[in-house]
Design a protein around this ligand. Sequence first.
Ligand code: 13P
Length: 265
Amino acid sequence: MPVRPLIAGNWKMHGLAAQLAEIEAISAFVQVRRPAADVLICVPATLISRAASIAGGRIAVGGEDCHAQASGAFTGDCSADMLKDAGATTVIVGHSERREYHGETDAMVAAKAGAARRSGVAAIICIGETQAQREAGNTLAACGRQIAGSLPADVAQSGSIAIAYEPLWAIGSGHVPVPAQIIEVHRHIRECLMDIAGASGADIRILYGGSVRSDNVQSILSLANVDGVLIGGASLLAADFDAVLRTLPVMVQEPSRADPPRSPR
Ligand code: 13P
Protein backbone atom coordinates (compact mmCIF):
# COMPACT_ATOMS: atom_id res chain seq x y z
CA MET A 1 0.00 0.00 0.00
CA PRO A 2 1.27 3.50 -0.74
CA VAL A 3 2.48 5.17 2.43
CA ARG A 4 2.29 8.87 1.67
CA PRO A 5 -1.19 10.19 1.04
CA LEU A 6 -1.85 12.34 -2.02
CA ILE A 7 -3.53 15.62 -1.16
CA ALA A 8 -4.84 16.94 -4.47
CA GLY A 9 -6.77 20.09 -5.31
CA ASN A 10 -9.08 20.56 -8.26
CA TRP A 11 -9.69 24.20 -9.14
CA LYS A 12 -12.32 23.32 -11.78
CA MET A 13 -13.19 26.42 -13.87
CA HIS A 14 -11.82 28.87 -11.33
CA GLY A 15 -8.69 30.96 -11.47
CA LEU A 16 -7.23 33.94 -13.28
CA ALA A 17 -3.66 35.21 -13.10
CA ALA A 18 -4.41 36.91 -9.79
CA GLN A 19 -5.11 33.52 -8.17
CA LEU A 20 -1.56 32.35 -8.90
CA ALA A 21 -0.72 34.05 -5.61
CA GLU A 22 -2.54 31.13 -3.98
CA ILE A 23 -0.18 28.67 -5.69
CA GLU A 24 2.79 30.65 -4.42
CA ALA A 25 1.37 30.73 -0.89
CA ILE A 26 0.59 26.98 -0.87
CA SER A 27 4.05 26.16 -2.28
CA ALA A 28 5.77 28.32 0.33
CA PHE A 29 3.73 26.68 3.08
CA VAL A 30 4.63 23.18 1.87
CA GLN A 31 8.32 24.08 1.66
CA VAL A 32 8.40 25.25 5.27
CA ARG A 33 5.94 22.83 6.86
CA ARG A 34 7.00 19.69 4.92
CA PRO A 35 3.73 17.76 5.34
CA ALA A 36 4.16 14.00 4.96
CA ALA A 37 2.12 13.90 1.76
CA ASP A 38 2.40 14.42 -1.97
CA VAL A 39 0.70 17.71 -2.78
CA LEU A 40 -0.86 18.45 -6.16
CA ILE A 41 -3.08 21.24 -7.46
CA CYS A 42 -4.93 20.69 -10.75
CA VAL A 43 -5.69 23.98 -12.44
CA PRO A 44 -7.32 25.16 -15.68
CA ALA A 45 -5.09 24.61 -18.73
CA THR A 46 -4.53 28.36 -19.06
CA LEU A 47 -2.73 28.45 -15.71
CA ILE A 48 -0.65 25.26 -15.82
CA SER A 49 2.52 26.76 -17.21
CA ARG A 50 2.59 29.74 -14.85
CA ALA A 51 1.46 27.67 -11.86
CA ALA A 52 4.21 25.09 -12.50
CA SER A 53 6.90 27.72 -12.73
CA ILE A 54 5.68 29.44 -9.55
CA ALA A 55 5.47 26.11 -7.71
CA GLY A 56 9.06 25.36 -8.70
CA GLY A 57 8.70 21.68 -7.79
CA ARG A 58 7.61 22.41 -4.21
CA ILE A 59 4.16 21.10 -5.12
CA ALA A 60 3.04 19.33 -8.29
CA VAL A 61 0.69 20.94 -10.81
CA GLY A 62 -1.83 19.04 -12.90
CA GLY A 63 -4.51 19.46 -15.54
CA GLU A 64 -8.23 18.72 -15.28
CA ASP A 65 -8.86 16.84 -18.52
CA CYS A 66 -7.04 15.73 -21.66
CA HIS A 67 -7.91 14.49 -25.13
CA ALA A 68 -7.43 10.82 -26.00
CA GLN A 69 -5.24 11.68 -29.02
CA ALA A 70 -1.74 13.15 -28.84
CA SER A 71 -2.52 15.82 -31.48
CA GLY A 72 -4.90 16.47 -34.34
CA ALA A 73 -7.87 18.44 -35.62
CA PHE A 74 -9.68 18.74 -32.28
CA THR A 75 -10.37 22.44 -31.87
CA GLY A 76 -10.33 23.59 -28.29
CA ASP A 77 -8.91 20.39 -26.82
CA CYS A 78 -5.61 19.79 -25.04
CA SER A 79 -3.60 16.58 -25.26
CA ALA A 80 -1.73 14.98 -22.38
CA ASP A 81 1.50 15.82 -24.23
CA MET A 82 0.51 19.49 -24.17
CA LEU A 83 -0.29 19.38 -20.46
CA LYS A 84 3.06 17.76 -19.78
CA ASP A 85 4.83 20.30 -21.98
CA ALA A 86 3.21 23.06 -19.92
CA GLY A 87 4.48 21.52 -16.67
CA ALA A 88 1.69 19.18 -15.54
CA THR A 89 2.69 15.92 -13.86
CA THR A 90 -0.86 14.62 -13.55
CA VAL A 91 -4.28 14.93 -15.14
CA ILE A 92 -7.76 14.30 -13.77
CA VAL A 93 -9.89 12.25 -16.19
CA GLY A 94 -13.56 11.34 -16.04
CA HIS A 95 -14.56 13.85 -13.39
CA SER A 96 -18.33 13.60 -12.89
CA GLU A 97 -18.72 17.13 -14.23
CA ARG A 98 -17.08 16.06 -17.51
CA ARG A 99 -19.15 12.89 -17.60
CA GLU A 100 -22.33 14.92 -17.01
CA TYR A 101 -21.76 18.09 -19.05
CA HIS A 102 -19.60 16.66 -21.83
CA GLY A 103 -21.20 13.23 -22.15
CA GLU A 104 -17.97 11.39 -21.37
CA THR A 105 -18.44 7.64 -21.24
CA ASP A 106 -16.32 5.07 -19.41
CA ALA A 107 -14.69 4.14 -22.73
CA MET A 108 -13.74 7.77 -23.40
CA VAL A 109 -12.30 8.08 -19.89
CA ALA A 110 -10.27 4.88 -20.37
CA ALA A 111 -8.91 6.26 -23.67
CA LYS A 112 -7.92 9.52 -21.95
CA ALA A 113 -6.21 7.63 -19.13
CA GLY A 114 -4.34 5.57 -21.72
CA ALA A 115 -3.25 8.76 -23.51
CA ALA A 116 -1.98 10.20 -20.23
CA ARG A 117 0.06 7.04 -19.64
CA ARG A 118 1.61 7.21 -23.10
CA SER A 119 2.60 10.83 -22.39
CA GLY A 120 4.13 10.00 -19.02
CA VAL A 121 1.44 11.92 -17.14
CA ALA A 122 -0.21 10.33 -14.09
CA ALA A 123 -3.99 10.00 -14.35
CA ILE A 124 -6.54 10.41 -11.57
CA ILE A 125 -9.60 8.52 -12.79
CA CYS A 126 -12.83 9.70 -11.14
CA ILE A 127 -15.81 7.50 -10.39
CA GLY A 128 -18.79 7.78 -8.06
CA GLU A 129 -22.48 7.05 -7.73
CA THR A 130 -25.41 9.43 -8.06
CA GLN A 131 -27.86 10.02 -5.23
CA ALA A 132 -30.44 7.91 -7.07
CA GLN A 133 -28.00 5.01 -7.47
CA ARG A 134 -27.19 5.11 -3.76
CA GLU A 135 -30.86 5.23 -2.77
CA ALA A 136 -31.57 2.26 -5.04
CA GLY A 137 -28.80 0.24 -3.37
CA ASN A 138 -26.68 0.28 -6.54
CA THR A 139 -23.60 2.10 -5.26
CA LEU A 140 -21.12 -0.77 -5.44
CA ALA A 141 -22.44 -2.01 -8.78
CA ALA A 142 -22.26 1.49 -10.29
CA CYS A 143 -18.73 2.09 -9.01
CA GLY A 144 -17.56 -1.37 -10.08
CA ARG A 145 -18.93 -0.81 -13.59
CA GLN A 146 -17.20 2.56 -13.86
CA ILE A 147 -13.87 1.10 -12.73
CA ALA A 148 -14.06 -1.82 -15.12
CA GLY A 149 -14.88 0.52 -18.00
CA SER A 150 -12.65 3.50 -17.19
CA LEU A 151 -9.26 1.90 -16.56
CA PRO A 152 -6.77 1.86 -19.43
CA ALA A 153 -6.26 -1.57 -21.00
CA ASP A 154 -2.79 -2.27 -19.59
CA VAL A 155 -3.45 -1.03 -16.09
CA ALA A 156 -1.03 -3.46 -14.47
CA GLN A 157 1.80 -1.76 -16.38
CA SER A 158 0.56 1.78 -16.07
CA GLY A 159 1.97 2.46 -12.63
CA SER A 160 0.92 6.03 -12.30
CA ILE A 161 -2.83 5.94 -11.97
CA ALA A 162 -5.06 6.72 -9.03
CA ILE A 163 -8.80 6.33 -8.57
CA ALA A 164 -10.83 9.14 -7.02
CA TYR A 165 -14.10 8.03 -5.46
CA GLU A 166 -16.35 11.08 -5.58
CA PRO A 167 -20.00 10.37 -4.75
CA LEU A 168 -21.88 12.93 -6.84
CA TRP A 169 -24.14 13.87 -3.96
CA ALA A 170 -21.13 14.81 -1.81
CA ILE A 171 -19.52 17.18 -4.34
CA GLY A 172 -19.87 20.79 -3.28
CA SER A 173 -22.79 19.88 -1.03
CA GLY A 174 -21.22 19.81 2.42
CA HIS A 175 -22.58 16.24 2.80
CA VAL A 176 -19.86 13.68 3.41
CA PRO A 177 -20.61 9.94 3.49
CA VAL A 178 -20.33 8.40 6.95
CA PRO A 179 -17.09 6.47 7.53
CA ALA A 180 -18.75 3.08 7.01
CA GLN A 181 -19.94 4.19 3.56
CA ILE A 182 -16.48 5.36 2.51
CA ILE A 183 -14.87 2.18 3.88
CA GLU A 184 -17.37 -0.03 2.03
CA VAL A 185 -16.86 1.65 -1.34
CA HIS A 186 -13.08 1.96 -1.04
CA ARG A 187 -12.82 -1.73 -0.10
CA HIS A 188 -14.90 -2.61 -3.16
CA ILE A 189 -12.71 -0.41 -5.37
CA ARG A 190 -9.59 -2.13 -4.00
CA GLU A 191 -11.11 -5.55 -4.75
CA CYS A 192 -12.00 -4.44 -8.29
CA LEU A 193 -8.47 -3.09 -8.83
CA MET A 194 -6.90 -6.35 -7.64
CA ASP A 195 -9.25 -8.37 -9.84
CA ILE A 196 -8.22 -6.32 -12.85
CA ALA A 197 -4.56 -5.56 -12.14
CA GLY A 198 -3.54 -8.43 -9.86
CA ALA A 199 -1.16 -7.72 -7.00
CA SER A 200 -0.25 -4.29 -8.40
CA GLY A 201 -3.84 -3.25 -7.69
CA ALA A 202 -2.73 -2.94 -4.07
CA ASP A 203 -0.39 -0.08 -5.02
CA ILE A 204 -2.95 2.07 -6.82
CA ARG A 205 -3.97 5.02 -4.70
CA ILE A 206 -7.66 5.41 -3.98
CA LEU A 207 -8.60 9.01 -3.17
CA TYR A 208 -11.82 10.21 -1.62
CA GLY A 209 -13.39 13.44 -2.93
CA GLY A 210 -16.52 15.39 -2.01
CA SER A 211 -16.76 18.20 0.55
CA VAL A 212 -13.32 17.50 2.07
CA ARG A 213 -12.18 20.31 4.38
CA SER A 214 -9.73 20.83 7.21
CA ASP A 215 -12.29 19.69 9.79
CA ASN A 216 -12.95 16.27 8.22
CA VAL A 217 -9.78 15.39 6.31
CA GLN A 218 -8.02 13.67 9.19
CA SER A 219 -10.86 11.26 9.91
CA ILE A 220 -11.29 10.51 6.18
CA LEU A 221 -7.57 9.82 5.72
CA SER A 222 -7.61 7.47 8.70
CA LEU A 223 -10.03 5.07 6.96
CA ALA A 224 -8.87 1.80 5.39
CA ASN A 225 -7.97 2.04 1.69
CA VAL A 226 -8.12 5.85 1.68
CA ASP A 227 -4.78 6.92 0.20
CA GLY A 228 -5.50 10.59 -0.29
CA VAL A 229 -8.16 13.16 -1.06
CA LEU A 230 -9.31 15.23 -4.02
CA ILE A 231 -10.49 18.64 -2.89
CA GLY A 232 -12.53 21.17 -4.86
CA GLY A 233 -13.77 24.23 -2.99
CA ALA A 234 -11.26 24.05 -0.14
CA SER A 235 -8.31 24.05 -2.58
CA LEU A 236 -9.02 27.48 -4.07
CA LEU A 237 -7.62 29.58 -1.25
CA ALA A 238 -4.24 28.93 0.34
CA ALA A 239 -5.77 29.64 3.75
CA ASP A 240 -8.21 26.72 3.35
CA PHE A 241 -5.82 24.31 1.63
CA ASP A 242 -2.99 25.03 4.07
CA ALA A 243 -5.43 24.33 6.90
CA VAL A 244 -5.98 20.89 5.37
CA LEU A 245 -2.22 20.32 5.09
CA ARG A 246 -1.68 21.49 8.66
CA THR A 247 -3.68 18.50 9.94
CA LEU A 248 -1.07 16.06 8.51
CA PRO A 249 2.04 14.81 10.22
CA VAL A 250 5.23 16.51 9.09
CA MET A 251 8.19 14.76 7.49
CA VAL A 252 11.06 13.78 9.69
CA GLN A 253 14.18 15.61 8.57
CA GLU A 254 16.54 13.17 6.84
CA PRO A 255 20.15 13.59 8.03
CA SER A 256 22.06 15.15 5.14
CA ARG A 257 25.08 13.34 3.68
CA ALA A 258 27.24 16.14 5.03
CA ASP A 259 26.20 15.30 8.61
CA PRO A 260 28.89 13.11 10.15
CA PRO A 261 27.59 9.95 11.83
CA ARG A 262 27.33 10.49 15.56
CA SER A 263 29.86 8.62 17.62
CA PRO A 264 28.62 7.05 20.84
CA ARG A 265 29.67 9.03 23.90
P1 13P B 1 -15.72 19.79 -3.36
O1 13P B 1 -14.50 19.54 -2.51
O2 13P B 1 -15.95 21.25 -3.62
O3 13P B 1 -16.91 19.07 -2.85
O4 13P B 1 -15.40 19.18 -4.82
C1 13P B 1 -15.01 17.86 -4.92
C2 13P B 1 -14.55 17.61 -6.31
O5 13P B 1 -15.35 17.54 -7.24
C3 13P B 1 -13.09 17.46 -6.54
O6 13P B 1 -12.83 16.95 -7.79
